[in-house]
Design a protein. Structure first.
Lengths: 253, 336
């Protein structure tokens, strides 16, 4: 018995038809579920079950995004990620069964764009995919001077930020963190990546200091229905979550 | 040193410590107690190195060291051979006993700890994948408003099937834990193998169908009743059938057969039309935490459980490649 292919509605078909997905998952049932959900939203999907096939098919078909399970029977998923990243420039979203934050961090530091932890809702996976694809596209276009997220406005070149029109008084590090998180909104940024960019060295001994700055930044941002939220991903990093994304709300956070 | 078994290494180490302690003991008139203790560090360190720094060896050596330091000072020069020889023999026996006992105990604890760590990792990985399919399919059935009835039903079928798969995995984990704890106790009753095979194949029909595998049961009508644990024997057949389905490509067949081999023995076999057992793996296929080529997984645990359960029933299990292709697992059970 195979899963009947859902007909994509006109609403969800158009935006993703030209974003072919390479799904690397060795569990056949889970692969069917994820592929069905992707196809239902209009993404073309190819499924492979091993790291070796993933590397071969990625170079043959040049997918626009790779969904990669870290637990594969032949090659460790982190190695697959590392080897893909030698030449593959499109987003990689990792599926992790470990609950093991260290492996997620390694995957992210080795080139993965984001991750979802098993078990996950399809909405959560789709949200991560959209964010990852959007950021790749944004990297190709010239950097914007300002980022507007809900009622938060970050003027990157002018080193200014405001919520609901009120200017925020931020220290240099707080502004550095906010502008990084705002430009990468929706995406997880690892402790290492944030420390490297804002502190100037990826020294994880500074993680406590990072946490203090994040807490201060979170307090200064405040709360509100249109305010982005600064979400901690314990053991991994931080993510600035936009309020009410247009589709598939991120229910779990 | 990996070549020496833990117990043996511990005994050799304990003896080395004991001998040195005795020799140092005789130097009482030359050395103070602190200097003696310092000298004794050498054999302890050597023992630790000998044991590859395993805790068992270190503990054994330290136990012997403490013991030797508790000996009353003799104040005699080492040259009084006869007395010392008696002391040495007594000392060695005690060192053997203490060192060996401590070593085997610590080794057993370390082994349990290691197995627990592996089991935890397996549980976290192998249970989460079917859970991910359940949550994924259920969330999609709820959220994807463009699905028609057939699409939604397909997703709900997955929820049910994966729920059953989780149940089988949990049963295997429990059995494994019982086996490791030495607490696998069959509940003896008269078992009809027709029922056992029928129930386990019925439960796996959906799995076979999803994999495009035909599942057939060919049992002789007259099968002797065996004494055994119905639940455990069903788990054995289910594990063998699930393993066979997993290794059979779409379009293949899995066949369960049952027959009385002799008046005292009944055979249950599960044959598949897959690639057969990879060379070199037949010897280790019933070991837990093994999965061909890749990282260990609960999938490999199923066969290990089969072996333990069958042996607890006084039977045996074997695997062979079929001439026509595929593998066949055969369980032999005594008729009592």
């Amino acid at each position: 018995m195979t899963l009947p292919q859902a007909e994509p509605s006109s609403r969800s078909r158009s935006p993703f038809a030209d974003i072919p997905v390479l799904l690397v998952e060795d569990d056949e049932v889970l692969a069917q579920v994820v592929a069905g959900a992707l196809r239902g939203r209009g993404y073309p999907v190819e499924i492979v079950g091993t790291g070796g096939e993933a590397l071969a098919r990625a170079s043959a078909t040049e997918p626009k995004v790779v969904v990669l399970d870290l637990g594969l029977p032949d090659i460790d998923g982190i190695d697959v990620c590392r080897r893909l990243r030698r030449w593959f420039e499109e987003p990689i979203v990792v599926l992790s069964a470990d609950g093991d934050e260290d492996r997620k961090v390694t995957a992210l530091d080795d080139g993965a764009d984001d991750y979802v932890t098993k078990p996950f809702s399809m909405a959560e996976l789709m949200a991560r995919l959209r964010v990852a694809v959007r950021h790749r596209q944004a990297q190709l276009s010239p950097a914007a001077d300002g980022v507007r997220l809900g009622d938060l406005h970050v003027d990157v070149t002018g080193h200014r930020a405001a919520v609901a029109g009120e200017p925020l008084r931020l220290t240099r590090k707080e502004f550095g963190l906010l502008s990084l998180l705002a430009r990468g909104h929706g995406r997880v940024l690892t402790h290492r990546a944030l420390l490297d960019a804002v502190w100037g060295s990826p020294d994880l001994a500074q993680t406590a200091s990072l946490r203090v700055h994040i807490t201060q930044l979170r307090n200064k941002l405040g709360r509100g229905p249109h305010r982005p939220r600064l979400v901690s991903e314990p053991g991994v990093g931080y993510r600035l979550v936009t309020p009410d994304p247009p589709e598939a709300p991120d229910r779990d956070r | 040193m990996r070549g020496l078994p833990a117990r043996q290494a511990a005994l050799v180490g304990a003896l080395a410590v004991g001998l040195t302690a005795l020799a140092v003991h005789g130097l009482e008139h030359v050395l103070g107690r602190p200097a003696q203790a310092l000298l004794l560090v050498v054999p302890v360190a050597a023992t630790a190195a000998l044991g590859g720094r395993r805790p068992a060896q270190v503990v054994a050596a330290l136990a012997t060291l403490t013991f030797s330091l508790l000996l009353p000072p003799t104040g005699r020069p080492i040259v009084r051979v006869a007395d010392d020889l008696v002391a040495l023999i007594v000392f060695s026996i005690v060192a053997f006993a203490v060192g060996g006992l401590v070593a085997s105990r610590v080794d057993a604890l370390a082994r349990v700890e290691q197995q627990r760590a592996i089991l935890l990792r397996l549980v976290s990985h192998d249970l989460r994948t079917p859970l991910a399919a359940v949550v994924g399919a259920a969330s999609e059935a709820r959220d994807a408003d463009w699905l028609d009835d057939a699409g939604r039903r397909g997703l709900l079928d997955i929820v049910v099937e994966e729920g059953m798969r989780l149940d089988r995995l949990v049963a295997n984990i429990l059995s494994l834990a019982r086996i490791e704890a030495g607490a696998l106790q069959p509940r003896w009753q008269a078992v009809d193998l027709h029922e056992v095979v029928g129930q386990s194949t019925r439960r796996l029909e959906a799995v076979a169908a999803r994999g495009g595998v035909a599942l057939a049961a060919e049992l002789k009508r007259e099968l002797p009743v065996v004494q055994g644990d119905h639940v455990l024997l069903e788990q054995v057949v289910a594990n063998l059938v699930e393993n066979a389905i997993r290794h059979t490509p779409s379009g293949g067949t899995v066949t369960v057969r049952g027959e009385a081999a002799t008046p005292e023995q009944v055979l249950v076999s599960v044959a598949d039309s897959g690639p057969g057992v990879p060379p070199g793996e037949a010897a280790t296929i019933f070991e837990p935490f093994r999965r061909g080529g890749g990282p260990p997984g609960l999938a490999g645990v199923g066969l290990a459980i089969c072996k333990e359960v069958v042996e607890a029933h006084g039977g045996s299990i074997a695997v062979r490649d079929l001439a026509a292709g595929g593998a066949e697992f055969t369980v032999t059970l005594p008729v009592r």
